[in-house]
Write a protein that binds this ligand. Structure first.
Ligand code: FAD
Ligand code: SF4
Length: 327
């Protein structure tokens, strides 16, 4: 086991300065994702800077919901404003991990969690994400859990988060602070990167850049929203596929729609194709089936995950039917 040092940062500036000063340093929040990979030998930092004790507040200003990066997953999922205004977010978080893990896991850590590809987690295999240009055994190997959108010939790992699928659908914004003091507002769609030729670069963050908060802009009609996750067992399992949907309905017409999918993309997968098919259509099953077909166009399955196309379509249709039945 590689020796490392641990320090609790006094404030955000201290944390950023300490991580930026050492290319082998990392932030640690709840530790639920990091500790697994440290024990596996996948993560080998020299220095850990603990940020978990920073204030973790949830506030609403002019209709915008702000989640400090250190809010816990439980705190967010059970907050009255989240449950009332964005049920899809609460449901997505509660569909993940276990109560104990959600009590420790943070918003920032959830965004930064790494993938569940078994070759990535076993250091006896090559993996382009872990060791650039070493190869990707998943492409010709056991790829049942892997992605069907956004893949490259370097990496096909699916993004594992449930919470991020809801945040993608809601058009969240990630607020960060860089080591030079500059703050950034990163649109959620730009936060996670496609693997391309550099699968080891997973997000838009620079080394030492801290996520300070996630903001969800006002979206009053997202009260009518839902998250549906399909997995191998009912709890403590990552998504095979999932769907986050929100609909605004007037009369028998859909006037606004948000759709994102989990378990299918190398990043949380928003589907403008499905949204465009829904907006202006009648709110009935026929429209939902057409939207699900549009959402899965262009999917590129591998040997063991062809089933994800049909499963994702039916999951999306079921999620839309559920939202449509809500008053
Ligand atoms: C058994 C198990 C089952 C799980 N099942 C699910 C599931 O079904 N669905 C799901 O979505 N998730 C699941 N998870 C993942 C879980 O949600 C994540 O482990 C958790 O959200 C990570 O948060 P954390 O605060 O513990 O992050 P940490 O482990 O502390 O950190 C993870 C990474 O985030 C970085 N980081 C943390 N905070 C910041 C910040 N503010 N700015 C910049 N970088 C930061 C760290 O440097 C580290 O690289 C599961 C985890 C486990 C262990
Ligand atoms: S799919 Fe990605 S994470 Fe998995 S072995 Fe290939 S390069 Fe590594």
């Amino acid at each position: 086991m590689k020796h490392f040092t641990y320090e609790r940062a006094s404030d955000r500036t201290d944390a950023i300065t300490q991580v930026a000063a050492n290319p082998q340093a990392k932030f640690i929040a709840g530790g639920t994702n990091f500790m697994d990979m440290w024990k596996e030998g996948v993560e080998t930092p020299e220095r850990l800077i603990d940020i978990r004790k920073f204030p973790g507040e949830i506030t609403v200003t002019d209709g915008t919901l702000r989640l400090d990066a250190t809010t816990t997953n439980s705190q967010v999922a059970y907050h009255s404003q989240v449950r009332d205004r964005y049920p899809v977010l609460s449901e997505a978080i509660l569909a993940g991990a276990s109560p104990q893990l959600r009590n420790m896991a943070t918003t920032g850590g959830n965004l930064m969690q790494r993938n569940r590809c078994s070759y990535f987690h076993d250091v006896s295999y090559p993996c382009n994400k872990r060791v650039p240009n070493s190869g990707c055994p998943a492409i010709e190997g056991i790829n049942r859990m892997h992605a069907i959108f956004g893949t490259s010939d370097r990496c096909i790992a699916a993004h594992p988060s449930d919470m991020c699928v809801a945040l993608a659908a809601l058009g969240a914004v990630v607020q960060t602070r860089k080591p030079d003091g500059e703050t950034r507002n990163i649109a959620f769609k730009d936060f996670h990167l496609l693997p391309g030729d550099t699968p080891h670069i997973e997000t838009a963050l620079e080394h030492g850049e801290l996520i300070e908060a996630v903001e969800i802009p006002p979206l009053p009609w997202a009260k009518r929203s839902h998250y549906l996750k399909v997995r191998d067992r009912h709890s403590y399992a990552y998504a095979l596929v999932s769907a986050a949907v929100a609909l605004e309905i007037e009369g028998d017409k859909i006037v606004n729609a948000r759709v994102a999918m989990g378990g299918v993309g190398t990043k949380p997968w928003r589907s403008p194709e499905a949204e465009n098919a829904l907006i202006g259509a009648k709110n009935n099953e026929e429209s939902f089936i057409a939207a699900a077909s549009a959402a899965l166009e262009g999917a590129k399955p591998y040997q063991y995950n062809v089933f994800k196309i049909e499963l994702a379509q039916s999951t999306l249709v079921q999620a839309l039917l559920t939202v449509n039945s809500e008053q």
